[in-house]
Design a protein around this ligand. Structure first.
Ligand code: AMP
Ligand code: GLY
Length: 428
């Protein structure tokens, strides 16, 4: 069969890498793809958020499955369009994709299905937002309702700052995305990401991951899209995983199905492990980036039958559960994100990177490309903020982390930055 992947980042490179290993697959196509994905299969120059052109491309190529990497095309309704044309799509339709595209929508659904999360309010009026803030203890959490490229959450220590922030956000700090705000209670605890593959009825939960969102070692500095990740995350004990399934995944997915919106794809549950148990920080409607990169290396099973089953639906529960028999023995994996100096702020593009081939030669290591290109001299250059995901798998997490850093140290890129402490919570 032939599979079309939508997207161009490290997450999609890892999906293409894993999907290409399946004996079921003939061709892996990507749109728009990247220089690295072009090594796996042909790339088509259509932007990942241009759903009209993506629909046209799909009609031309007639893939057996479309795997959508990022959230934007899903939130815009790519799933609905392609399903209406008879294609199988891994990724939810527009309505369930609002779980990520509107934080207020997600909070209302959680309230309706009694899913544990922070107490909240939704606001468009600054005076009401300020009055609600005054009823909460510090620190204060303010979230732009809409998609804001991972930047729409602000946490402040004082009420004055929070109220000023509410004014700023409601008067367009994040454009349309912050025309509405969600203000919520601060949840103390350790974070983890859990990924549930689902066809709307059945569920397969992948090993829990932990991402490192802050730029600098020790979880200091600004928030980023993620500077590294590892799995499995020991904070997610089997008991906690069972609670996440029972208290979060089941009510959300069953509730959506009963409402006539079965969720087909991967549900990303961003969790806070609070003293009273797991609570939802956010939902995303796609794989995490860089969590996907570690999962694709950790999973020894062929992932294509599971992706296909999620897209098509209707598989008996027992068959669905047996799609990835080696799931429970998935190997420890870690990924180190190498980013351009200046990220998540402004950075220089086009700086030369050497040694990536040598890094990929380290035992158990694969380097996924999140933002690279090739210059006129044929040299690898950085073209984005997050640039490389140096990813390793091993029999122990310590060895996976050691291998990943051995590979990172072979990469000669003076304009690159990375964290040295990925997986510190698990290894401490
Ligand atoms: P989000 O985009 O909703 O995942 O928020 C970004 C980051 O802000 C999360 O990864 C958390 O570190 C933090 N955060 C969001 N909501 C809360 C909350 N209610 N309590 C504590 N931290 C939060
Ligand atoms: N790594 C966090 C995210 O994908 O949203």
């Amino acid at each position: 069969m032939n599979i079309l992947i939508i997207g161009s980042g490290g997450r999609e490179h890892a999906l293409a890498w894993k999907i290409a290993q399946s004996p079921l697959v003939d061709e892996v196509w990507s749109a728009p793809g990247s220089a690295a994905m072009d090594q796996i299969g042909p790339c088509f120059d259509v932007a990942a958020d241009d759903i009209e052109q993506l629909e046209k491309l799909t009609l031309q190529l007639e893939p057996d499955l479309v795997v959508v990497g990022p959230e934007a095309p899903l939130a815009a309704g790519l799933g609905d369009r392609l399903r209406a044309r008879g294609f199988d799509v891994f990724g939810p339709n527009k309505e369930p994709a609002q779980l990520e595209a509107s934080k207020g929508f997600a909070k209302d659904l959680m309230a309706r299905f009694d899913v544990p999360t922070a107490r909240y309010g939704r606001f468009t009026d600054p005076a009401q937002a300020k009055a609600f803030l005054a009823t909460l203890p510090a620190p204060y959490v303010l979230k732009a309702d809409g998609l804001a490229a991972g930047k729409g959450v602000v946490i402040t220590d004082t009420l004055e700052e929070a109220q000023a922030e509410a004014e700023d956000m409601l008067s367009g700090k994040f454009g349309d995305a912050s025309a509405e705000l969600v203000i919520e209670e601060f949840m103390p605890g350790e974070e983890a990401s859990v990924f549930v593959l689902t066809d709307g009825t059945n569920r397969l939960t992948l090993p829990a991951c932990q991402d490192h969102k802050r730029l600098l070692d020790g979880d200091e500095g600004p928030n980023t899209g993620g500077m590294g990740a590892y799995c499995p995350a020991p904070v997610m004990t089997p008991e906690l995983m069972a609670r996440v399934d029972e208290e979060i995944a089941a009510p959300m997915l069953d509730g959506l199905a009963e409402a006539g919106h079965p969720y087909k794809g991967v549900l990303y549950i961003g969790l806070m492990i609070t003293p009273v148990g797991p609570k939802v920080v956010e939902f995303n409607v796609r794989f995490g980036d860089p969590e996907c990169q570690i999962l694709m290396m950790a999973l020894e099973d062929d992932i294509v039958p599971a992706l296909l089953a999620c897209a098509t639906g209707g598989m008996p529960a027992r068959d669905f559960e047996s799609l990835m028999p080696k799931l429970t023995s998935a190997k420890p994996a870690a990924t180190i994100v190498m980013a351009s100096k200046g990220y998540p702020g402004s950075y220089t593009k086009g700086t030369t990177i050497k040694g990536v081939k040598e890094a990929g030669g380290v035992d158990g290591v694969t380097v996924f490309h999140a933002g690279t290109g090739v210059n006129d001299d044929g040299e690898l250059i950085a073209t984005g903020g997050r640039v490389l995901n140096v990813t390793a798998v091993a029999d122990s997490l310590q060895t996976a982390v050691d291998r990943a850093y051995e590979a990172v140290d072979l990469i000669d890129w003076p304009e690159g930055v990375h964290r040295r402490d990925i997986a510190w919570r698990a290894l401490k």
